[in-house]
Design a protein around this ligand. Structure first.
Ligand code: 5GP
Length: 121
């Protein structure tokens, strides 16, 4: 976990370029390789590898992260047309960074084909 870039963001050792939101429990910032005009990542400050590693008691934290995504989407004017929240889980789920994060994507129509999922490019 110590070598994980998102862990370093979470504990404040490194700072992402464009922070969109921060409180005691989470951090939201722009993805370095955006797949849509808006591509924000929301991660917990509590170190959790991913959805598969959630423990009893983490439910509220994840709920707050989802709710923050909704608020950010509204602030950025995405709510009217719609947007996507994605959580990749593990290798086959396409999770590249083993630190829990929600993707918030919007600002253009996104690919609806879940089976051949991409971010719509
Ligand atoms: P995953 O595939 O794990 O669900 O998503 C990882 C995301 O993190 C990718 O969209 C990737 O572009 C983004 N990412 C990886 N390293 C960095 C970084 O150092 N800074 C930022 N802002 N995003 C990163």
């Amino acid at each position: 976990m110590e070598d994980n870039i998102f862990y370093k963001f979470a504990i404040g050792e490194l700072r992402p370029d464009k922070v969109r939101y921060e409180d005691g429990e989470m951090l939201a910032f722009d993805d370095i390789h955006p797949h849509a005009p808006t591509h924000i990542l929301i991660l917990p400050k509590k170190p959790i590898q991913g959805i598969a590693q959630l423990e009893p008691g983490d439910e509220l934290l994840v709920g707050k992260m989802v709710y923050r995504a909704k608020l950010l989407a509204e602030e950025l004017g995405l709510a009217d047309k719609g947007y996507r929240l994605t959580i990749n889980v593990g290798k086959w789920g396409g999770q590249a960074v083993p630190y829990l994060h929600i993707h918030l994507l919007g600002g253009k129509p996104l690919n609806e084909d879940i089976e051949h999922f991409s971010y719509g490019e």
